[in-house]
Design a binder for this molecule. Structure first.
Ligand SMILES: Nc1ncnc2c1ncn2[C@@H]1O[C@H](COP(=O)(O)OP(=O)(O)OP(=O)(O)O)[C@@H](O)[C@H]1O
Ligand SMILES: [Mg+2]
Length: 324
């Protein structure tokens, strides 16, 4: 893991993406990608961080953490479902199979938690007992496991739009996904989440909830795409402090993207208007948080890639003769 001082020094060099060195760039909020021959795609994971559906800043080594952590989980779940990963030519880059993404995000929740007005806990605490199309029993406690994990899909919004919640029934009745495919997707998502929870728990981490994306290949097979069990797509809580903090009425110790989102909320920002500047310490702490998440979850040391990232990527691609 990179020490605090070095992270602070690296803040101005955080990786926002390649320039126009490679033609044909397309961008999401966090990743840039380029179509390659043979139905493959070069995926560059940048240090950009998004919340409230906007890019808010950049966190050094975040892109590397997301890319390498996803690769770790793709490897660890290959027996459950085929995934898009082909190779990692650079710490921030993956070569993946291009698929036709399903137009839904598959969110799965193992705990009743959340602070926003639409979160499970808020709605439950306000008396709602039917949420996201599920019936909830009496007596659930905040930040405790649900009787069993639930799938709460959303639409996959176009850039600049917000995802809309769907019930599982609406995924098929609304024509988003064909019923037999959706049935398989739900089974796969539950199996992935179960694997993720068990492996994380052994590593001292609670996988609270997460989001999966799937695509279809040319033969119509389901393929896991995008990222899996990262601090951007999941909530992670620290296991060893979980019980003692709850006993004291405190929130669990988090190490995921929520850390930065909360800092914005504390500064009064809720996603509208001018984005306020947050102190350097927030970005540096966020970087260490992402690196720690990688180290805890994988049990591996984080081997920090060199900055500037863009130059390094171009060298690595050239050295293995990647043709774009
Ligand atoms: N193998 C794949 N085939 C096709 N599309 C893919 C594949 N893997 C990922 N994608 C898509 O590429 C995009 C990746 O960009 P990025 O992660 O920046 O998405 P975003 O949704 O805009 O941002 P955020 O993750 O903050 O919501 C996503 O739209 C994702 O669905
Ligand atoms: Mg994404």
């Amino acid at each position: 893991m990179v020490d605090y001082k070095c992270v602070v020094k690296t803040l101005p060099k955080a990786f926002l993406g390649l320039g126009n060195e490679i033609p044909g760039k397309r961008s999401g909020k966090v990743r840039d990608w380029y179509s390659m021959p043979g139905g493959t795609r070069l995926m560059v994971t940048t240090d950009r961080i998004s919340a409230f559906d906007r890019v808010l800043g950049a966190v050094p080594w975040k892109g590397q953490v997301l890319n390498q952590l996803s690769a770790y989980w793709n490897e660890a779940t290959r027996d459950i479902v085929a995934n898009h990963l082909i190779s990692l030519p650079d710490p921030n880059v993956a070569i993946v199979r291009e698929t036709r993404p399903l137009p839904v995000e598959v969110i799965i929740r193992g705990y009743i938690t959340g602070v926003t007005s639409t979160s499970l806990w808020r709605r439950y605490s306000e008396g709602d007992r039917n949420i996201y199309g599920y019936d909830f029993p009496e007596g659930l406690e905040k930040n405790r496991p649900l009787p069993s994990p639930i799938i709460t899909p959303t639409t996959k919004a176009e850039a600049g739009m917000h995802d809309e919640r769907l019930t599982c029934a609406e995924v098929t009745s609304g024509g988003f996904v064909e019923p037999s495919t959706w049935k398989k997707v739900m089974e796969i998502a539950l199996a992935l989440f179960d694997r993720g929870r068990r492996m994380s728990e052994k590593a001292g981490v609670i996988l609270v909830d997460t989001k999966y994306e799937f695509g279809l290949d040319d033969s119509g097979n389901i393929v896991l795409i995008d990222e899996i069990h990262t601090p951007d797509s999941s909530r992670f809580w620290k296991l060893d402090s979980y019980e003692s903090r709850l006993a004291k009425g405190q929130e669990p110790e988090i190490f995921d993207k929520e850390f930065v989102r909360m800092k914005y909320v504390e500064s009064g920002y809720r996603g509208e208007g001018v984005i306020p500047a947050l102190p350097e310490s927030v970005w540096a702490e966020a970087s260490q948080l992402y690196q720690r998440a990688y180290e805890m979850v994988t049990g591996r040391l984080f081997e920090a890639g060199s900055y500037p990232v863009g130059e390094r990527i171009l060298e690595n691609l050239e050295s293995i003769g990647v043709k774009i």
